[in-house]
Design a protein around this ligand. Sequence first.
Ligand code: NDP
Length: 281
Amino acid sequence: MSVLIKGKELSEKIVENIAQEVKNYEKKPGLTVIIVGDNPASRVYVNKKKTTAEKAGFNSAVIELPEDVSQQELETHIDVLNKEDTVDGILVQLPLPKHISTYDILERIKPEKDVDGFHPINVGRLVIGLKPYAVSCTPFGIIKLLEENNIEIEGKHAVVIGRSNIVGKPVASLLLNRNATVTVCHSKTASLRRICMQADILVAAVGIAKFVKADWVKPGAVVIDVGINRTEEGKLVGDVDFEEVSKKAGYITPVPGGVGPMTIAMLLANTLELFKLHNNL
Ligand code: NDP
């Protein structure tokens, strides 16, 4: 049976430490989240971000905009927040409605307030090995989980399934920057199972329930499950067949309670860093 990598406990510790640090400051870190439209999943995520930020003593605000908001109107909100001294981090909850250009919106946020690390400047800095103002939260959380569990990255073969801008690509860059040998797989990858079998560290960010089976996994491998999928019965499951794979892997993250909670903890960590940058602390 594998060792469980418990993201829930680590994330609570990180949030608690952040809350303790924030108590020392007279001014408080400010996080503003913009949500467009009525996507129920986005609402759940935004509420969770707001309540956790408040728990840590941040000034947290949510701007709710209607589904038919124009590109220009949304950009105007961002321009105002970019100039607002009390706002350290700006997050636009994705996905955005189809008539909005997501790339233009993400690029509109000042890189120094881009708490999600999605601005091309922050992505570029990450890729060339310079410190970004913020590192994309889920990939950053994955690295923290590996580090806190004393899992060696250098020299290991890391296989990442998924090449999204939100998870796959940034986690691949972070692993590469830490001297892993990285293979990135996607829907057109040939012999996926064979490649996964070579992984010392396997990161699954696919979006298909129980996609990774035990015979894809090398005995003793570290398996990081990023997926959040709902079964027909309403149960939350990852991209990895946990029941099977946990008998073979060395380490594995559960879903829920693995990578998910780390995403919000790293969002707060990023906001705190930007707050310190803005206030020369
Ligand atoms: P995307 O849909 O943006 O990307 C999925 C990736 O998986 C794509 O690169 C796609 O390839 C690849 N893929 C799809 N089907 C296959 C296949 N059959 N074989 C190999 N690769 C395949 O998803 P995200 O990266 O945004 O999210 C991935 C998962 O992680 C989702 O379940 C999501 O809910 C979850 N998630 C969890 C977070 C957390 O906090 N825990 C945060 C963000 C996401 P191609 O590029 O060729 O289409």
